[in-house]
Design a protein around this ligand. Structure first.
Ligand code: AMP
Ligand code: GLY
Length: 424
């Protein structure tokens, strides 16, 4: 089969690596891809939002299957455009990707179908939001309704901070039209777990759990980032949590979307918080997580093409997912200064150390091939993933491997997976 992957980050590199393992994959293309993906896919310089160009490319190359990685094209309706052109594509249509594209929609859905989540109110009028905030309990959480690169969530400790937040989101429009609607949400406390799943419209199959580290600095300090590292499985995702979510969250979400005539096919990523009152949904994403995918897919035993096709064809009930009985840790190597200001264009050395090393992966996030070699080209540059027999061993392996690669201004967190020790 000829397969096209859309996207060009660490997530897409992990997807491409998984696709490349399938004996069914004859040729892989990736748009736009990156220097790492180029090792086993032909990278095509088309942006993820250039739907017509992507369709033309897929037609010309007679692509059998397209897999979409990022949220922007999904929320923008890329799947509808491909389907209208008669092309086979994996991901939710626009009317289902709204599960991630609008937080107000997803909160209303959870309320209507009694899926556990934090209490909230939606506002389109800043004055009404302010009137509500004057009498609210603090801390409180403000969220821009739409996509905001993971930055549209503000945790406010006082009325003053909340008023600033309303200003930033609704009046200054720091996140553009994403801030036309504001979700004001009750503050919750607990451990966060990421659960990715394959969905075929009716059936849902849960992948192994993972935990992200969103803050830039050790000890969960610093600014929110796209994710500085992950581990899988999460020791806090116990059988009780799993049983609870199977009863009250996963299938209920899929059924709710079907009842709303927004059949969901693709990946649902459940961002859960394990609170004292039980697991609650923090957010839904309509795609693979980044860097969750970098620790989840390397542990999946199934042929990813079989699973993806079953989602498209509505035959996921005939598939059981299987994961290795081990663990994986991913440490992100970033450019110092991320997520604010950072330099680009520094040469990366030592990457060849990963070749032929079983259980070690170097996923490229922000890299670029130049005549002189591969250089840094983003805030998150590389994701170093390693497996181990358990989480501790995987963490040891991953941190060892972070020393194999060098570039100027290399920055990483040194406490990825610290929670593993607290689980004992
Ligand atoms: P979201 O994009 O909705 O996942 O929010 C980003 C991050 O903000 C989450 O991963 C949490 O760490 C935090 N967060 C979001 N909603 C809440 C909430 N209701 N209570 C506490 N923290 C939250
Ligand atoms: N790692 C969080 C996300 O992909 O949204």
């Amino acid at each position: 089969m000829k397969i096209l992957i859309i996207g060009g980050g660490g997530r897409e590199h992990a997807i491409a690596e998984s696709v490349a393992r399938s004996p069914r994959a004859e040729k892989i293309f990736c748009a736009p891809g990156n220097a790492g993906i180029a090792e086993f896919a032909q990278c095509v310089p088309i942006d993820v939002m250039e739907f017509e160009k992507l369709v033309a490319f897929a037609r010309e190359e007679k692509i059998d299957l397209t897999i979409v990685g990022p949220d922007d094209p999904l929320v923008g309706g890329i799947v509808d455009v491909f389907e209208t052109a008669g092309l086979r594509v994996f991901g939710p249509r626009k009317n289902a990707a709204i599960l991630e594209g609008s937080k107000a929609f997803s909160k209303d859905l959870m309320k209507k179908y009694e899926i556990p989540t934090a209490g909230y109110e939606n506002f389109t009028d800043p004055d009404a939001a302010i009137a509500h905030l004057v009498h609210a309990k603090y801390p409180i959480v403000l969220k821009a309704d739409g996509l905001a690169l993971g930055k549209g969530v503000l945790i406010c400790n006082s009325l003053e901070e909340a008023l600033d937040g309303v200003n930033t989101i609704m009046l200054e429009k720091q996140f553009g039209d994403s801030g036309n609607t504001l979700v004001v949400e009750e503050f919750m406390q607990g451990r966060e777990v990421s659960v990715l799943s394959f969905v075929d419209g009716k059936t849902i199959r849960i992948m192994t759990s993972a935990q992200d580290h969103k803050r830039a600095k050790d000890g969960d300090l610093g600014l929110n980032t796209g994710g500085m590292g992950t581990f899988s499985p999460s020791p806090f995702y116990t059988e009780e949590v799993d049983a609870f979510c199977k009863e009250y969250v996963y299938q209920k979400t899929v059924d709710a979307m079907a009842l709303e005539e927004r059949e969901f096919k693709g990946i649902i990523f459940f961002g859960l918080m394990l609170t004292e009152q039980g697991p609650k949904v923090l957010e839904y994403n309509a795609r693979f997580g980044d860097p969750e995918t970098q620790v989840v897919l390397p542990r999946m035993k199934n042929d990813i093409i079989d699973v993806v096709e079953a989602c498209i064809d509505g035959t996921l009930d005939q598939i059981e997912l299987e994961f290795e009985e081990n663990a994986a840790v991913c440490v992100v190597l970033a450019s110092n200064g991320y997520p604010e200001r950072y330099e680009k264009g520094h040469l990366i050395t030592g990457m060849e150390r990963f070749k032929g090393q079983d259980g070690y992966y170097l996923f490229h996030a922000g890299t670029r091939q130049t005549e002189d070699g591969v250089v840094t080209n983003g805030g998150r540059v590389l994701g170093v993933t390693a497996k181990g027999k358990d989480l501790k061993q995987a963490r040891e392996h991953a941190y060892q491997a972070t020393q194999w690669v060098q570039f100027a201004n290399k920055y990483m967190r040194n406490d990825i997976g610290k929670a593993i020790d607290e689980a004992e």
